[in-house]
Structures are given as C-alpha cells and as structure tokens.
Design a protein around this ligand. Structure first.
Ligand code: GRF
Length: 223
C-alpha cells in the first residue's frame, strides 16, 4: 500500500529530508503529496522544491483566528489528496478543526523520551537536567501537546558537558532513523492504536547495541 502523505514543517526540515530520502530509495511506501509551512523562509520548503514535491505556505499572520489557519491547512492537504499527515518540526498547536478531519492520521516527532521533557526546548531541558539517556519519540497527535499514543522511541546517551546543541545533534540522528521507520509501519498498515498503546504488528520486542529503540528498527532502517 502507498500512503498519500502531507508533511508540515516550520524550519530546517532535516526530518523531511530523511523521509524524502527513504521514500526515494523505496523504503517508505509513501507518496509525499505536499509540504506545507507556516514560514515562507523555512528551509524545508526548499528541500521539498528540490525534490520536486509541491509546496504551499499558510502564514498564520493572515489568519488571526487559529481555527481559520487550521481550516486553510486542511483545505491545502485535501486539495493534494493527503491521507496521512506527518508533522516535522511544525511549530503550531493544532485545533480540532485540523485534527477531526485527519483523526488518528497525524503523527509528530518530539526530541525527547516523552512524557519527559514535553514542550519547547526539549534538548535544552534534557541537557540541563543532566539526563543520561535522552532521545526522541514518534507519537500520534491529539489535542494535548506532545501527548498522543507513542509509536516508537529511540534513546541516545547524554554525557556530562553536553549542551542543547551537542545533545540535539545526537538526538536528531536518531530522529532521522525512527521517523521513517514509523511511517513505513503506518504505510504497511501494521500500526494499531488501543487506548494509550500502539501495537505494531510483527514488530520485535527488544534490541541492543549502540542505538536503542523500541520497537527495534528493521531493515533498512537499522543501518
Ligand atoms: C526536531 O528536533 C523535531 O523533533 C522537532 O523539531 C525539530 C525539527 O527539525 N519537533 P527539522 O526541521 O526536521 O530539522
């Protein structure tokens, strides 16, 4: 099955790039129909254009009412035939105007092991707290920030002396592994949500090594 994917970005779009690269090599069965940003200068839009993916911009300044902004994004996504939405560094809270039409089909990546360090500046929160395991989380989006059911988490070590930047770079590498994997599980129709639990059909139960994710990454995402 190939899913029709829309990606929302606000910034550099490195996760978008990881997704584009994995789609291109045939590792994610997705067709990226559109990339939308609330910031016209977002590098993510350039990455999409470079890849020949249609782009659109919805400027929140043009929509003083939050719900109107959300309706516009829904309109753009629907116009592109999008079924699933991946938030990739999209810095806006979504209202039911957005979430209802795409109920259960919006995922996000957060740069921490949720529910720890939700909200802004998660990398800094982790570095300042002195955690020894940091990481990232792909989760379904619900109306609470960084709250929906968790598809996959990846852990990375944090070291004394790490700051938001050094730790953030390590986390970001892991983000680029787990987000494509989660999207492929979704494309394969293997993901089911039961309350707070996300069940991934056929997924393993543990793995070790220099990277640690649960569920374990599968080929080709394990390299
Ligand atoms: C990532 O750290 C992601 O977890 C967070 O925003 C950042 C986006 O980075 N939600 P990029 O735009 O994908 O490079």
């Amino acid at each position: 099955m190939t899913i029709a994917l829309g990606v929302l970005v606000s910034g550099s779009g490195s996760n978008l790039q990881a997704i584009i690269d994995r789609v291109r090599e045939g590792s994610i069965d997705a067709d990226i129909r559109i990339v939308i940003s609330n910031k016209p200068e977002a590098l993510g839009l350039d990455r999409a254009r470079e890849a020949g993916i249609p782009t659109a911009c919805a400027l929140h300044a043009d929509f003083p009412v939050r719900e109107d902004f959300d309706r516009e994004v829904v309109r753009l996504l629907r116009g592109a035939g999008v079924e699933w939405v991946a938030l990739a560094g999209f810095m806006r809270i979504l209202t039911p105007e957005f979430l209802t039409p795409f109920a259960g089909r919006v995922v996000n990546i957060h740069p921490a092991l949720l529910p720890a360090c939700a909200g802004l500046h998660a990398q800094r929160q982790q570095a300042e707290h002195g955690v020894r395991l940091a990481g990232c989380t792909v989760h379904f989006v619900d109306e609470e920030m960084d709250h929906g059911p968790i598809v996959i988490q990846g852990a990375v070590p944090a070291f004394p002396g790490d700051d938001a930047e050094s730790l953030g770079a390590r986390i970001l590498e892991m983000e680029h592994r787990i987000y494509p994997q989660a999207l492929q599980w979704i494309a394969q129709g293997r993901v089911r949500v039961e309350g707070r639990q996300v069940l991934v059909d056929g997924a393993g139960r543990a793995c070790g090594g220099p990277f640690w994710t649960n569920p374990p990454l599968e080929s080709p995402f394990d390299r």
